[in-house]
Design a protein around this ligand. Structure first.
Ligand SMILES: Cc1ncc(COP(=O)(O)O)c(C=O)c1O
Length: 387
């Protein structure tokens, strides 16, 4: 008797999704080949309208990547030398890279062990230190909704309001998430999205967007993404960059938006099944009251590196991939160590970020995992824990 081989499990599954919309994507790309407006064509306008409506933000500006979304948003505030930009030490490198590229100083803040997101008490402490030293001006907070889980936006906005700081939401991993009935995209003064292929909404190359409710900011973003263009094509109003979005990527994203609501439900289904199967044996990623995680990643926290290695090996033995986001906190990265040391005379430690780098493990997470696959992942994690 032939026994069917188990379906392979991938960390992210773009093939299953593509099979559902391949004909639509092919038709949309063919239409672009016909009309020939390859960069910022009508598909970009359509995508911007779709994403603004979906998220509830007044404006959406499509750009070339999540990194460029962060950069354009900070350029619009004229963030640069002498400015302190507060951001979590436990995130992807792009969050810290952008202030440095603009000549500003990133100030790394510790994260909460439960939410993995920026720790509000530590944030306040570091802002007070920067103020007391008087070398840098506290200008912006970039909070990341890590793994899809919303940061504590009400607390962050209160600080920004009190201090006159710019609130930038790095929602690169979190499009689809919401907090207190409001989608991510409406919380910060601006929200940066990444459409890197493995994100909750990903294209087939690089892409990104900035969401905002502020019409002046939206105008500035449009200008900055196109070399600081003024009212007419060759009027250069300000120093900008090439941060434009391709029509083909926009078309792919429009097509994927037809699946997005169902995919969000399926990500929640997968997360709930993992939670039920793993909550008694390992620290699972909860979600705070009033929040909806976008479940960009499903990340468990293990007691130590040794246990994590054992779990990773047990997963691998059953052909199941896993990944570590992130193995090193940003203040330990060679590229950022000097900026970290110079930001504050007295640098408080960042123990939670450092510890999480030894403990976190991301399991396969995408909307097309079936119950059998989820159960295999759970069984492998349990096997790894038994050692
Ligand atoms: C938290 C975070 N910020 C920023 C980015 C940068 O996005 P992109 O790769 O589209 O430039 C990413 C992408 O991985 C991310 O995860």
């Amino acid at each position: 008797m032939n026994v069917a081989a188990p379906r392979p499990i991938s960390l992210f599954d773009m093939k299953a999704q593509q099979a559902l919309i391949r004909a639509d994507i092919d038709a949309r790309i063919a239409a672009i080949l016909d009309h020939g407006r390859f960069i910022q064509g009508p598909e970009v306008d359509e995508l911007e309208a779709t994403l603004a409506t979906w998220s509830g933000a007044a404006y959406c500006v499509g750009v070339s990547s999540g990194t460029d979304a962060l950069q354009i948003a900070m350029m619009a505030e004229k963030i640069g030398p002498g400015d302190a930009v507060f951001l979590p030490a436990f995130t992807y490198t792009a969050t810290a890279e952008v202030p440095l590229v603009l000549g500003a100083t990133p100030v790394f803040v510790d994260v909460e062990p439960g939410s993995y997101n920026i720790d509000i008490a530590d944030l306040k402490r570091r802002i007070a230190l920067v103020e007391a030293e008087g070398k840098l001006k506290p200008r912006a907070i970039v909070a990341v909704d890590l793994y899809g889980r919303p940061a504590d936006w009400p607390a962050i906005l209160e600080i920004c309001k009190e201090k006159g700081m710019f609130a930038l939401d790095d929602a690169a991993q979190a499009f689809g998430g919401e907090l207190n009935g409001k989608k991510l995209g409406c919380w910060g003064d601006a929200t940066a999205l990444s459409f890197y292929p493995t994100k909750t909404l990903g294209c087939y190359g690089d892409g990104g967007a900035i969401l905002t409710n502020d019409p002046e900011r939206a105008d500035l973003y449009r200008s900055l993404r196109t070399h600081g263009e003024g009212k007419t094509r060759y009027e250069v109003q300000r120093t900008g960059m090439n941060g434009r979005l391709d029509s083909i990527q926009a078309a792919i994203l429009i097509s994927k938006m037809s699946l997005f609501d169902q995919e969000m439900k399926d990500r929640a289904r997968v997360a709930a099944a993992y939670e039920a199967g793993l909550k008694d044996v390992v620290k699972t990623p909860g979600v705070q009251a009033g929040a909806v995680s976008a479940w960009g990643l499903y990340t468990i926290t293990l007691p130590d590196t040794q246990t994590r290695t054992a779990v990773q090996e047990a997963l691998k033995a059953d052909g199941i991939p896993s990944a570590i986001y992130y193995p090193k906190p940003l203040h330990h990265q060679p590229a950022y160590a000097a900026a970290h040391a110079s930001a504050l005379g007295q640098v408080p430690p960042l123990p939670v970020a450092e510890k999480l780098c030894e403990q976190v493990l991301s399991l396969p997470m995408h909307p097309y995992l079936d119950q059998g696959q989820i159960e295999r992942v759970i069984a492998a994690v349990k096997a790894g824990l038994k050692g």
